[in-house]
Design a protein around this ligand. Sequence first.
Ligand code: PEP
Ligand code: MG
Length: 537
Amino acid sequence: MKKGIAASKGYAIGKVFLKEDKEIKITDKKVENVQEEQARFKKALDASESQLKKIKEKAQREVGADKAAVFDSHIMLLGDPEFAGTVENEIENNSINAEKALSDVVKTYAATFAAMEDEYLRERGADIKDVGHRILANLTGNISSLDDVDKDTVIVANDLTPSDTAQLDKNKVIAFLTNIGGRTSHSAIMSRTLEIPAVVGMKDITSCVKNGDTIIVDGIEGTAIVNPDESTIVEYEKKKEKYEEEKEQLKKLINVETVTKDGKRVLVAGNIGKPQDVDQVVANGGDAIGLFRTEFLYMDRDDMPSEEEQFESYKTVLQKMEGKPVVIRTLDIGGDKKLSYLPLPEEMNPFLGYRAIRLCLDRPDIFKVQLRALLRASIYGNLKIMFPMISSLEEFLQAKDVINECKTELKKEGKEYSDDIETGIMVEIPAAAVNSEELAKHVDFFSIGTNDLIQYTLAADRMNEKVSYLYNPLHPAVLGLIKLTIASAHKAGKWCGMCGEMAGDEKAIPILVEYGLDEFSMSASSMLKAKQLIMQK
Ligand code: PEP
Ligand code: MG
């Protein structure tokens, strides 16, 4: 069994088609007739353009206009006079062949993208390489196609480019596996849109299989089994059948309002880490964003995101949700989440240390940048601000003071913000749950963070597999705190959500409905199943 990153859910059992990346050898040649070489390049450009236009039309039909839009940028690059001009100049100035000139220019372009801070833009470096590879293939007569594969094919490749994935025929290709890539790589995004199971980042899967091997793909666990025995095949056939039946059934729920058997309307919401994640929440009929973990905006970079950058991200999320509630949590850094550019003192117990709201209240220079961005974005939708790791009323009141300071500043600067922003807290420290009756009088809402609440209540580190047997969401002490928190909110006329993993836990859902939880927030792919369970209760 081989393991990788689960990119798209589902099961598949099929035959391997190994997509070998034909390394096109680039010969470095001096040419005498420069015009002839430039004309060869131009011909390859034109051929690439007409191929891509066809691929784009196919993608539009199969995955929709927004996903097919990726090819617009490819087609645009082909028509970009600067790009073509740079290659033509290279040919002329150095009297070199088109292949060498093209590969040099593509390398420079790709390196520029690779150095960009934004993860999305960095990934676009792959687009440039993809286009470059196509032109090169046309120059050298090496155009390959994934069009003519057999039925029940599992594509195994080092990586799949956007044009590869767009060519996949869903009636024949039932899954794919790649050596490289992460959840935000294009191939992963496409696999989810095409709704075919996929596992990416498998490191060396291409060297573990050969054409025609039987292979099982488990897009839920992120695994693949090469040449399984008969009983394993039977086992996975059953899993597949069950999964698909259920998925079909669940789709009917996308536009259904979630109402419990007792007639109570509850919200099924999504947890996100990046603005792009909203799309999946919307596609699964999400009623709200219940948790935006904003610390992800601060990670994988070399400096703090500016007010402007944050404003754009929050605005995007609010606009995409079109007036539905969006709970944005302020920076929850520290504990297991570190920033390379913000050195923090080594601590004996980081999870009990200088983190989240504690750090933010101590560093108004950091906190205020985020709050100003949030306030400015608030006019674009239904924003609710949530503070993490609150253990006492004082912390909440102090945090609200900082919001008020920011409002005063913005007003002076003539910048707009909404007057109607709810502020609430994560209930993830047992003290907050025990004291929830008092807290509920001051906040607009609670969201129970069970990931931390469980670890603090049971003194069982959420990251340590040695004590994971103690980490039990259904422990009576945990359930008691949850029940109390929900009841306290309701007593004060406030609403209570849950954004820890427990909100999507199939065993816990009926109990949470019983307790009167108002909003269940979880990863987009768990939402429909949760909806079904909530409605059964
Ligand atoms: C939680 O603690 O339950 C939670 C949702 O926050 P995080 O997992 O980001 O700590
Ligand atoms: Mg937490």
